[in-house]
Write a protein that binds this ligand. Sequence first.
Ligand code: PEP
Ligand code: CO
Length: 447
Amino acid sequence: MSVWTPDSWQKKQVLQQPNYPDQEHLQKVLGQLSSLPPLVTSWEIENLKKQLAEASRGEKFVLQGGDCSESFSECDSNTIANKLKILLQMSLVLVHGSKKRVIRMGRMAGQYAKPRSSDMESRDGISLPSYRGDMINGMEFTEEARIPNPDLLLRGYERSALTLNFVRSLIDGGFADLHHPEYWNLDFVGHSPLAQEYQQMADSIGESLRYMETIVGVPAGIINRVDFFACHEGLHLHYEQAQTRKVPRRSGYYNLSTHFPWIGDRTRQIDGAHIEFFRGLANPIGIKVGPSIAPEELVDLLKVLNSDNEPGHVTLIHRFGSKKIADHLPNLVEAVNNAGLEALWVCDPMHGNTESTASGYKTRNFDNILDELEKAFEIHTEMGGHLAGVHFELTGDDVTECTGGARGLSEKDLEAAYRSQVDPRLNYEQSLEMAMRIAQRMTKMNK
Ligand code: PEP
Ligand code: CO
């Protein structure tokens, strides 16, 4: 195989990149980005990789979640704190159900670039570049907003730094109400036939936390400083390259824009630029795997991306949809096992379950999401392995983007607070309820 360098991807075909009319401007910005400080460090990255290796052995469980696409306008105190809070609450619920430590990763602090099905968007006879995420262009349908602007890469980098800074401080200080499930907003529980079970679970989590604090004398020590990681789709390769560096006293190159970058389902061509770029990274990485992948293709990808067969290095994030998972997943698991390749399997039950309502909303239904997860647990167990984690699009706010859940949100309800510019997210209550359902499932599996 040819020699890898941080820019060797530039010799390959690259998909899903913006067309910048002013290349000189782009180069200037990239120069700045490559000299700005990193957002994360190599020892945090190595710590995550070690923990992911533990998850691949079934000793830990992964929770990944956050917006489909972060927006610059929502880089604010409440949105960030609410998102962190729901992820931490979900992780406590999952710890309770799985009796395992949970690795928490937020789709945060850098999830600003999106793949699109078409380069251009037309409205009333006018054709403009498609919106590709806040780091690339603006959502508004005007020429000024839609022409990709390299300065937005700097704004994205800065907002990622602001977000990480706030997240790190919040975790350091601890959230008082996190340690007290009696303060969680559990109003939705009463609307569910499972109300009693949910309440018992929250009570029992509260008891365990109080036990730790008062008897053992450690302040809910499951939450420690670096035990929250950032992840995003490593889509915009110039941006990712600018933050990819060698660090003192370690071999290899680290992408220091995030702990865990992943390759999207649309950019995982074996001879493409994204695979070339990712194969040289020391970070733990993800590959989104959808219905179009063939088992032998996945095996080839793993061999290229993880040539040392290092545990914890590659996470396969499968996203088939509740109706398709049973047709696709078993063959992939079998092929990877037969080839003796290391990988951990995480289920994204969101991207294969997207549907459109008659009135034009993109939505996902709680039961379909849960159904894909249930099947994922079952298939992995039947095949002698285990599901190592879950990946959600969610928010800590009270939006109405996905249908179902204890309150039974209907298609009609979506218009009340539909805020996503891209994919629909589980709201606060739906996310917590989802975690409780998974926890119940894991408790039963442990018996
Ligand atoms: C996403 O995670 O938002 C996404 C685009 O997913 P996928 O690559 O699985 O389609
Ligand atoms: Co999405």
